[in-house]
Design a protein around this ligand. Structure first.
Ligand SMILES: Cc1cc2nc3c(=O)[nH]c(=O)nc-3n(C[C@H](O)[C@H](O)[C@H](O)COP(=O)(O)OP(=O)(O)OC[C@H]3O[C@@H](n4cnc5c(N)ncnc54)[C@H](O)[C@@H]3O)c2cc1C
Length: 427
């Protein structure tokens, strides 16, 4: 497995026992990330026979390589964008669901005794421009009035109490945000699923799906299996073998770097309150201390999209030095990349499409949402009453000109980066 991710170093590999494939199962889940393992766990606990397949190991996709930032992940369109598109009632429903997902996530981690370094220490989001500060303050006020979201604004003169940088024009602290260790979370989920009776088959891509009157025949290198229901939980790691998801998401490459271990006083100065950190701007960049508090991680869609890691490395150095010039001589010990799944309406989706159940398209914010959607998707399959979400009636549209979508996303990233750089030059 890849060793360039900082998360892999201290966590022992977990390879589930590989038993023979049964000929039939109630439910086959494709993808052993947060979504697939969450849905599998809830179905197995409800007495269903569940087999999960992953083309790699557990968490081979995003679920062991992400930033581990957990929060309500409201919506990429923001409240104003949602209001313009859906009106007030639907907007509030969608945003409320973000808080429900976070409540569920926190309760689940606590109730199941999951050791994933959950620390809800808040997030500081720096404003790159004075205009960003004003719009952030308006958005936060709206969220506080309408949803009770706790926050406070931090002026530029006070911001050293939140971040070891003078780059920002102040910012906002979101009290309901925090962080987890992504790989610990996905491995714990796998252990819970196995304890509930789920069979996890690793290094076994599902290569074909043939629907018939009684369900679906899945083809795999380890043999075929008949399932009454199929769940596709492949998110950004979809390809032509899981077309229901693949056709509906744009895969966007994103990367992250970790510094070598830093002295405790440097770590304390970068994030004095141990918060996760981010910034305004079209190209989202995030930073955080590693869960063990020894290194700093920086991530985002920077550098040449989809470019090689050496190029990404150089781009990260420039971006990190912009915010934290004191780290100029600090070396990065790890660099890794991963794909996130965007959708045409900037919204995550859950439901039934092209004969399979699916949940995904988290647009880069899936840590809390994927566990919640996994639980909701299980309830839908079980036809339970409280299965509804505010996302159910949003059409999960196919991506037009899908074969070109990665290139288009790359060009858009460059355009956004240009606009972000231009904004910084405004007085
Ligand atoms: C660098 C990076 C940083 C991120 N940071 C954050 C963050 O800080 N906060 C946040 O909320 N979100 C973050 N995300 C997004 C988040 O990680 C994802 O939304 C989430 O992990 C999605 O989980 P998933 O289970 O749906 O998909 P994945 O974890 O990607 O799992 C999909 C699985 O499907 C498998 N698969 C694909 N095709 C097949 C097949 N044919 N047969 C069998 N298996 C198959 C893959 O091997 C993979 O393991 C980040 C993502 C990246 C890449």
């Amino acid at each position: 497995m890849p060793s360039n991710q900082v998360y892999w170093e201290t966590i022992p590999t977990f390879e589930p026992e590989q038993a023979a494939l049964p000929k039939r199962t109630d439910i086959a889940v494709i993808g052993a990330g947060y979504t697939g393992l969450s849905v599998a766990l809830h179905l197995a606990r409800a007495g269903r026979q569940v087999v999960v397949f992953d083309a790699g190991g557990i968490g081979a996709g995003c679920s062991s390589r992400n930033g581990g930032m957990a929060g309500p992940s409201f919506h990429k369109l923001g409240s104003a964008g949602l209001m313009a598109r859906y009106g007030e009632e639907k907007t509030l429903g969608i945003l409320r669901e973000g808080l429900l997902a976070l409540d569920y996530f926190e309760d689940f981690v606590k109730q199941e005794n999951i050791d994933c370094d959950l620390q809800m220490s808040g997030r500081f989001r720096g404003a790159r421009t004075a205009a960003d500060y004003e719009s952030t303050a308006r958005e936060c006020q709206w969220l506080n009035t309408n949803l009770g979201l706790p926050y406070h604004m931090v002026s530029q003169v006070e911001q050293r109490s939140e971040i070891g940088s003078d780059f920002y024009k102040g910012g906002a602290v979101y009290h309901r945000d925090g962080g987890i260790h992504p790989r610990k979370l996905v491995l714990s989920l796998a252990r819970l699923a196995i304890a509930a009776g789920v069979q996890i088959v690793t290094d076994c891509p599902v290569t074909g799906l043939r629907q018939n009157v009684s369900g679906t025949e899945l083809e795999t290198p380890k043999g075929n299996i008949h399932a009454k229901e199929v769940v596709v939980a492949t998110n950004a790691y979809s390809d032509g073998r899981t077309p229901a998801m693949h056709r509906r998401v744009v895969q966007i490459r994103t990367a992250a770097v970790a510094t070598e271990p830093l002295p405790a006083e440097v770590m304390a100065s970068l994030s004095p309150k141990g918060r996760t950190l981010g910034e305004s701007g079209r190209i989202f960049m995030w930073f955080r201390p590693t869960p063990d508090g020894k290194r700093f991680i920086f991530g985002g869609r920077i550098g040449k999209p989809g470019g090689d890691l050496a190029t990404q490395h150089r781009a990260f150095s420039a971006s990190v030095n912009r915010v934290f010039p004191q780290l100029e001589s600090v070396a990065f010990s790890h660099i890794w990349s991963g794909d996130v799944a965007y959708t045409t309406d900037h919204s995550p989706h859950i439901g039934f499409e092209d004969g399979v159940w699916l949940a995904g398209g988290y647009c880069g914010s899936g840590v809390t949402r994927s566990l919640y959607f996994g639980m909701k998707l299980a309830r839908k399959i079980l036809q339970q009453k409280d299965a509804d979400t505010a996302f159910d009636d949003l059409p999960f549209a196919r991506v037009p000109f899908k074969p070109f979508s990665r290139s288009v996303a790359g060009w858009m990233t460059k355009w956004y980066a240009y606009q972000d750089a231009r904004d910084l030059k405004q007085p």
